[in-house]
Design a protein around this ligand. Structure first.
Ligand SMILES: NC(=O)c1ccc[n+]([C@@H]2O[C@H](COP(=O)([O-])OP(=O)(O)OC[C@H]3O[C@@H](n4cnc5c(N)ncnc54)[C@H](OP(=O)(O)O)[C@@H]3O)[C@@H](O)[C@H]2O)c1
Length: 335
């Protein structure tokens, strides 16, 4: 796979990243309303991604491999499971052959400081993440979301301390507003600190609002944009067009946000489907290609839960798609 430079860091990465928010999962044998991670299947998918040439993996301390909305704040037993499984899957590979990003901010335990961007929590959280990943450092450490209580200069200095200590190589931000992002960049610059080099935000054909805000700011500052939910959680891969919901997020995720998104955009999605049939190119590939043509420093994070999905998504790197096709897609989904 041809690698791409990650912005000003100089690090060489696969043009797409594999994400571990949701891992392959199965019904919980003790409670049929719940799901549990299928560890073996998860390890198989992660290893397959690596074998196919993906060298950048995204995770977060709060990722449990399945999203259990009801228990986010009262059951912490599965917190960090995605980091653990990712670490196990990559254990046999040379640490220098892959790149890891993980995140801090969300609640990971019952104590008052088991969340946030305060120094007390960040210093504790990185140790826990490294322990679960069984690694000495992570390449990118991201604030998962803004924290209204911690001074940005303190948070930035904490990240700089971790860089000095060799526990992280670079840091970044996820889910910040454009003004907050600019403020964090300015504050670290004014404090003489190393500035954040990466953002992680949502972008897909149906949800384009970040394109002219945070992603543009990132581009102006030569930062990397990691793009999450590039397929709108499967909708833009045509996941539900034929009514097949078995083993999908729509089937097992209560209040799956994609339901509304799908209903509101059915016509556009069907146009993309028709184009995909006409060209003989999967919808997932067309959707990912559109994202990858939005800028030089844009890296989609794919969340494929099955090996066939992974292979299809990665084929975006080998299938040739004309600029005219991308323009057509752009016109269909113009906000
Ligand atoms: N920073 C943040 O706040 C944040 C938020 C969300 C995500 N993320 C990161 O971004 C990553 C990706 O997000 P995402 O999982 O929402 O991405 P996504 O690629 O939009 O959605 C992945 C889902 O789409 C379906 N899919 C993928 N490829 C397919 C194909 N070829 N054919 C049919 N269906 C396909 C699968 O659904 P089924 O499993 O239902 O089959 C898969 O689980 C996450 O793992 C995480 O690392 C970060």
């Amino acid at each position: 796979m041809e690698l791409k430079i990650l912005g000003k860091t100089g690090i060489k990465s696969s043009p797409i990243i594999y994400g571990t928010w949701y891992l392959p999962n199965i019904p919980n044998p003790n409670d049929s309303n719940k799901r549990i991670v299928d560890k073996e299947a998860s390890i198989r998918v992660i290893k397959k991604a690596y074998d196919l040439g993906i060298n950048f993996f995204d995770t977060a301390d709060v990722y449990r491999g399945v999203y259990d909305r009801d228990n986010l704040f009262n059951d912490f037993s599965t917190v960090g499971l995605a980091e653990k499984i990712l670490g196990e899957a990559l254990e046999g590979y040379d640490r220098e052959s892959f790149i890891i990003s993980t995140k801090v901010m969300g609640r990971v335990g019952p104590l008052p400081n088991d969340q946030g961007l305060n120094r007390k929590h960040i210093l504790n959280a990185i140790e826990k993440s490294l322990e679960r990943l069984k690694m000495k450092y992570v390449d990118f450490y991201l604030y998962h979301a803004p924290d209204n209580y911690t001074d940005p200069a303190i948070a930035s200095r904490t990240m700089n301390m971790l860089i000095e200590d060799g526990k992280i190589l670079h840091y970044g931000l996820s889910n910040f507003s454009n003004s907050e992002l600019k403020r964090y960049i300015d504050v670290s610059r004014e404090s003489g600190l190393e500035v954040p080099v990466i953002i992680q935000d949502k972008l897909n054909l149906l949800e384009q609002r970040n394109l002219n805000t945070v992603i543009r700011t990132a581009e102006e500052n030569k930062m990397i944009s990691m793009i999450y939910s590039p397929l709108a959680q499967g909708i833009l891969a045509g996941r539900y067009i034929k009514g097949d919901e078995a083993n999908s997020r729509k089937e097992y995720e209560k209040n799956f946000k994609g339901n509304t998104l799908f209903q509101q955009n059915r016509d556009k999605i069907m146009k993309l489907y028709d184009l995909s049939v006409e060209l003989g190119i999967p919808m997932s590939v067309l959707s990912l290609k559109w994202i990858m043509t939005r800028g030089d420093n844009i890296f989609p994070i794919i969340g494929a839960s099955k090996i066939e999905q992974l292979e299809e998504d990665i084929s975006v790197l080998s299938i040739k798609i004309d600029d005219e096709v991308i323009k057509k897609i752009d016109n269909i989904f113009k906000p």
